[in-house]
Every structure is written in structure tokens, then in C-alpha cells.
Design a binder for this molecule. Structure first.
Ligand SMILES: C[S@@+](CC[C@H](N)C(=O)[O-])C[C@H]1O[C@@H](n2cnc3c(N)ncnc32)[C@H](O)[C@@H]1O
Length: 234
């Protein structure tokens, strides 16, 4: 729905599809995986309160609430406009930025390079609101979610590289998280990059990001094509 640091926007299609009627994202962010399979029962959990406030706002607002948001030009400050509620301003703070970790105050350079970008994004959000009407949201840490049968899409801040989030890898004990992931009931998909060593991750796909080339990795408890390395042909 909105641009966010570490969102799985460009790689989400590479993960195995859900095998259960319910999807749980314990490190939700912008929940690109749940959005791809939005018709399932969905539970999103995040420890960063701003994320959950925005999701709840999007669930309760109308398309007109979104379409009436102000259009910004490059360098314009978010406080030049009035908002109906705090959540509308928080959302706007992400919409005028690109891959930010928290809402920003000023429209980034992309607003100059792509003048219709904000307008396009606002329209996209308005058109997708209907997809999340039946979702559930929870502001808490991942450990608070009771175990249950589901597809668990687990995308924590990277062990190496995930220090920039407001709720970062600094407060995550990756050994405990590894045990927690392996004790979930149902299908478990864990996301990382290939530098991580807290589970036996397999390479998934490489992608160019702002800090260079990143190699996405996966651990899953079901068999997937990533368990097999391509055989050399002699
Ligand atoms: C890599 S991002 C998730 C990106 C998401 N998959 C997407 O497509 O946008 C990780 C998220 O985990 C959240 N987080 C960090 N520590 C957490 C914790 N202990 N419990 C729940 N969420 C946490 C962060 O606030 C951040 O939004």
C-alpha cells in the first residue's frame, strides 16, 4: 500500500504460495506477501506502532478519504497541510518518501523526477482498500501471537543490515527466534539475506537495492524448489 524500507515488493512472487486459509505476518511492515494473497484470513503484527496505526486507518477509511489527500511538490513540507487525523498524516509521511523507515516531513527528490508518482500512489491505495476489510492487526511483538495452524510469513529485520528500523534487529535474539519459527504449526516461510546464520537459509533471488546488490534467502519447513541447487551438466 505504501513504500517502506525492506518491503518485499520486487521479490514477493518468488516465495511459495500459502497452503493454509490463514496468513500470519509477525513482522508485518507493509505486508507484501499478505497483500498478494489478500483473500485469505490475515493477521498482521508489528512492534512499531505507526505501522499498525496506518493499517487500521486504511481499513476504516473510505476511498474518498484517501483521494482527498494533498498532492505535494518536491521539497514541500508535510506540515503545510491539515489532516483529519494523526494516521492520515503518518500515511502521507510515507507516501511522499521512498523506502523510508518512518514517516518523512518533506517530499523527496522523486517528487521532482516523477511528478505524478504521489498522485499514482494515492490512487493505488484508494483502489486497494477493499482488499483489507477483513484483515486483523495487532500492535505487539511477534512472541505474543499464540501458535495456530497458518501460513507464517516471517520477515524480521535482517540479522546483518536490519539495524536501521525503529524496531530493529538490536532487540531480537535470533537464537530464540529460530526456535520460535521452527515451533509454529503449519507452513513456515522465513525471510533473510544470505549473510544470516541463525537458520539454514537457502539463496532465493538477488536484487539491486539502494545499498548495492542484496541476496534474498529463505528457510521453509515444506519442500520447495530452493532446496535443490541446479545440477551442473558435464
Ligand atoms: C523487514 S520489515 C518487514 C517488511 C515486510 N515484509 C514488507 O513487505 O513490507 C520488518 C518489520 O519488523 C518489525 N519488527 C521489528 N521487531 C519486531 C518484533 N519484535 N515484533 C514484531 N515486529 C517487529 C519492524 O517494525 C518492521 O516493520
Amino acid at each position: 500500500m505504501w513504500s517502506y524500507y525492506g518491503a518485499k515488493t520486487n521479490v514477493v512472487q518468488h516465495y511459495p504460495p500459502p497452503r493454509h486459509g490463514k496468513i500470519i505476518e509477525p513482522f508485518a511492515g507493509t505486508a507484501r506477501y499478505a497483500l498478494r494473497y489478500f483473500d485469505r484470513e490475515v493477521l498482521l503484527v508489528d512492534k512499531y506502532e505507526v505501522i499498525i496505526k496506518i493499517w487500521k486507518f486504511l481499513q476504516s477509511c473510505s476511498a474518498n478519504d484517501i483521494l482527498s489527500l494533498p498532492r505535494f511538490t518536491h521539497g514541500e513540507n508535510i506540515n503545510n497541510h491539515k489532516y483529519d487525523c494523526e494516521e492520515q498524516r503518518l500515511l502521507m509521511g510515507f507516501l511522499i518518501g521512498y523506502a523510508h523507515r518512518s514517516p518523512t516531513d518533506k517530499a523527496t527528490v522523486r517528487a521532482r523526477e516523477r511528478p505524478n508518482r504521489l498522485n499514482y500512489n494515492i490512487n493505488q491505495v484508494a483502489q486497494n482498500l477493499w482488499k483489507i476489510k477483513h484483515w486483523q492487526f495487532q500492535w505487539s511483538s511477534y512472541e505474543d501471537i499464540p501458535d495456530q495452524e497458518a501460513t507464517w510469513f516471517i520477515d524480521p529485520p535482517y540479522q546483518f543490515g536490519g539495524h536501521c528500523y525503529r524496531e530493529s534487529n538490536r532487540n531480537i535474539d535470533f537464537n530464540l527466534l529460530a526456535d520460535w519459527c521452527q515451533s509454529r504449526t503449519g507452513q513456515v516461510i522465513v525471510c533473510e539475506n544470505t549473510k544470516a546464520n541463525w537458520m539454514d537459509f537457502k539463496p532465493l533471488v538477488s536484487q539491486q537495492c539502494s545499498s548495492g546488490r542484496n541476496y534474498e534467502a529463505i528457510w521453509t519447513n515444506g519442500q520447495s524448489s530452493f532446496d535443490f541447487k541446479q545440477l551442473s551438466i558435464f
